[in-house]
Design a protein around this ligand. Sequence first.
Ligand code: AMP
Length: 224
Amino acid sequence: MTSGIRLILLGKQGAGKGTQAVRIAQHYSVAHLSTGDLFRAAARGGAPAGLEAIAYMDRGELVPDDLVLRVVREQMLDGGLMDSGFVLDGFPRTLVQASALEEELAISGRPLDIAIDLEVPTEIVLDRIAGRRVCDDCGTTYHLTMPPKVNGVCDVCGGTVSQRDDDTEVAVMRRLELYETATMPILDFYREIDRLDEIDGLGTGDEVFARIVSAIDARLKTED
Ligand code: AMP
């Protein structure tokens, strides 16, 4: 039996990766792994790896590759993600991480199905991030223009909705700079191995999701 899709989602902060990753994971019945969420949860639980990561995150810096890879390997290998399929959201973010993922995929004997780059202009992501509010517990994202029904309370789980510590102007500018220098080279990496689909991230969530599904289904068809 073919296992579930193996997909990575790339794009600037605020491009809508988190929202779309949840929908893709539900639609294709695969796990959703967000390294940012993993680090935030680990830090809330007081885990040393999480506390170490948060110090970088709050400044808008990338968490060092060795720490990221340690956490991802634990989740992917112990969690059986390699067998069941996955949507990776926020990983890989550097060429070192992309190469490490390729090695794991090679060992597992099945390549990545698709790498999606959600494209949104910088001025739009800046506006989205300035108004972004997130549930501390389940990660559901809101915006000042689309708040939860009860102010500060998550519609999904009742958790506290607040602004992320790393959504400050200085940290946001640093993250965008790092996206250009550290993460953009990954696009070429996936383009060269013919796995990259660049998708317009503008429009409603439903419109973007429809584009994503047709790109994924086209890839799956050519693999049959
Ligand atoms: P995100 O929730 O994806 O926006 O990630 C928030 C922050 O977590 C990033 O700005 C980085 O500091 C850190 N982070 C998440 N994933 C990675 C990764 N794969 N490599 C390095 N840092 C990461």
